[in-house]
Design a protein around this ligand. Sequence first.
Ligand code: NAP
Length: 306
Amino acid sequence: MKHVLVTGASGLLGLNLALTATQSGYQVTGWSGRHALVQTPFAAEQVDLTDLEGLPARIAALAPDVIIHCAALADIDQAEQHPGLAEKLNSQVPGVIAQAAKENGAQLVHISTDAVFDGARGDYRESDVPNPINTYARTKLAGEEAVAAAYPQALVARVNFYGWSASGQRSLAEFFYTHLRAEQTVNGFTDVYFSPLYARHLAQLLLLMVEKSLSGLYHVFSPQATSKYAFGVSLARQFGLDESLINPVSFADAGLSTPRPLNLSMNTEKLQTVLDAPLPSEQEGLQALYEDALAGLPDKLVAYLA
Ligand SMILES: NC(=O)c1ccc[n+]([C@@H]2O[C@H](COP(=O)([O-])OP(=O)(O)OC[C@H]3O[C@@H](n4cnc5c(N)ncnc54)[C@H](OP(=O)(O)O)[C@@H]3O)[C@@H](O)[C@H]2O)c1
C-alpha cells in the first residue's frame, strides 16, 4: 500500500484529497498548519511548514512514497497584504519539499494555479508564458520554478476547483450555496472566466496521474470555462435555489483592491491526450457536489476541525 503525504490537509483541496486517497486504499498522512484535525480516517499531524530547517528531517522520518503538496497561502488578498509570508510559503517551501522528495525517492505532486497567467487571452496551454499580476500569482510561479529546479521529475499541476471545505467558506460554490439558501442576493461576475473542477474529481484525477507516474507541467481543469455568474446560476439550478438572487455584475464595478486575471479559461488537451479519456464536465461536477451534500459531506468536514 502506497503511503501518501498530503500537505494542507485542513484546506479545501487537501482535505478532499486526503479523504479520497484514503477511500481509494492509500495509507494517508495529512499535515495541517494552525488547524488541528480530529477523528479523520487518515493520520493527521500539525506541522509548521515555515520551519524550513526542520522540514527535510520530518519528511525523511515519515518516508512517504508520494507527497502531494497542497499547502499554500492561497488567499489572494492575504498574500497581497503579507508578501513575505507568501514568498516563504508559496515559493520557498515548495523548493525545500521538492529537494526532500528527491532525496527520499518520493513522487511529488506540487499544486499550482491558473493565476500564473494574466487572463488577457484565455485558453492557456502549458507552453504559454505566464505573466502573474499579483503577489499570490508571482509567488506561486516562483514555487513552480523552485520545484522544477530541485526535482525535474516532479509533477506540477495547475488547478482550479470548488467544493465543500472544513471552514464551510473556502470555495465559490460554498459562497453561492450559503447565500442563496439564506435567500440573500449576491453578485456574480459576468466577465471573469475560470475552469474549475469539483474537488473530489480533481483529487481522483491527481491520484490517477500519480499512478501513471506523470511528471512535468500539466493543466488539470474543467474542459469547459464558465463565468463566475454563470457558475452561480448553474449551481442554483442544481440545488433548486433561486438564481434570480444572483446579480450579474462586471469585475470593474466590484472595486476589489488586488488585481485579478479576467479570462482563465484553460486548455487541457495535454492531459486529455495522456489519459485518453474525457475530463469531468461542469454538469458532472455540480451533480457530484450536490450528491455529496445530500450524503452529508459538508457537516462531516466541519466536524474534522478541532
Ligand atoms: N482555492 C482555489 O480555488 C485554488 C485555485 C487555484 C490553485 N489553488 C492552489 O491549490 C492549493 C490548495 O488550495 P486551497 O484553496 O485548498 O487552500 P486553503 O483552503 O486556503 O488551505 C491552505 C492549507 O495550507 C495550510 N497552511 C498554510 N500555512 C501553513 C503553514 N505555515 N504550515 C502548514 N500548513 C500551512 C493550511 O493549514 P492551516 O489552515 O491548518 O494553517 C491549509 O491546510 C494551493 O496550492 C493553492 O495555491 C487553489
